[in-house]
Design a protein around this ligand. Structure first.
Ligand code: MF3
Ligand code: CO
Ligand code: CO
Length: 255
């Protein structure tokens, strides 16, 4: 396992890439409404990233992924491929944006409610959001990855939801997916010890039902086996001397 430590210059580039990714999410939120297709959201984001930000949408052609963003609706857990599916009132959708700028990646995703939110959709999104925040909040040198996983898992399970095991957060930098793997479940005081200069994502996938998932025949789309709703939030985080810095904050400044 080779975990890269980012120097001050690398960190500044990560900050730039992270800010750009968050700005795409700030922008796309205004376009999410009943009747809009996920393919239209992809086209809007692609144009914005390429033309306005002069950056690269990292998913496009990544290991054969065909689009520039991931859009995961309702029981889709992650890696949903944008297409002709029209969003409808009460849907929940995760939009996951990764951009490359000056050789560095920024990776972040949020949940959006389409039209009038449902109680279940809102609640699940809130549980996933708070789970991510709890994972982030304990980041500092000296803690271990298992502490992050444990913080997330205990919160999610206390709220009668489940954590997906097959997909995880990841180191990020010059590469989209670097070591280490950041599991969203685990035991305290286990796993890699954090050091200043590490950058990784925290991106728990939380299911309303059971944790089990299945991969659709398109080779990308991951869905819940029991068809229950799934939600995910993601930030890219830097370990600082005494804590953390979230590199993918949007204009609101809120985690
Ligand atoms: N952005 C996703 C993540 O958080 C990865 C998407 S890979 C893709 O790690 F190929 F589907 F884009
Ligand atoms: Co990620
Ligand atoms: Co992502």
């Amino acid at each position: 396992m080779t975990v890269t430590i980012k120097n001050a210059e690398d960190q500044e580039r990560m900050r730039v890439a992270g800010r750009l990714a968050a700005e795409v999410l700030d922008m796309v939120g205004d376009h999410i409404a009943p009747g809009v297709t996920t393919g239209e959201l992809d086209a809007i984001c692609h144009d914005y990233i390429v033309s306005r930000q002069q950056a690269i949408p990292a998913p496009l052609n990544y290991r054969g992924f065909p689009k520039s963003i991931c859009t995961s609706v309702n029981h889709v857990v992650c890696h949903g491929i944008p297409g002709d599916r029209k969003l409808k009132n009460g849907d929940i959708v995760n939009v996951d944006i990764t951009v490359i700028k000056e050789g560095f990646h920024g990776d972040t995703s949020r949940m959006f409610q389409v039209g009038k939110p449902t109680v279940q959709g809102r609640r699940l999104s809130d549980v996933a959001h708070e789970a991510m925040r709890r994972g982030i909040s304990i980041v500092r040198p000296g803690i271990r990855l298992g502490d992050i996983g444990h913080a997330i898992q205990t919160y999610v399970e206390a709220n009668h939801c489940s954590v997906v095991r097959e997909y995880c957060g990841h180191g990020i930098g010059r590469q989209f997916h670097e070591d280490p793997q950041v599991l969203h479940y685990g035991r305290p005081d286990t796993g890699l010890e954090l050091q200043p200069g590490m950058t990784f994502t925290i991106e728990p996938m939380v299911n309303a039902g059971r944790r089990h998932v299945k991969l659709l025949p398109d080779g990308w789309t991951v869905v819940t086996k029991d068809h229950s709703l799934s939600a995910q939030w993601e930030h890219t985080v830097l370990v600082t001397q005494d804590g953390y810095e979230v590199m993918t904050l949007g204009a609101s400044g809120e985690i």
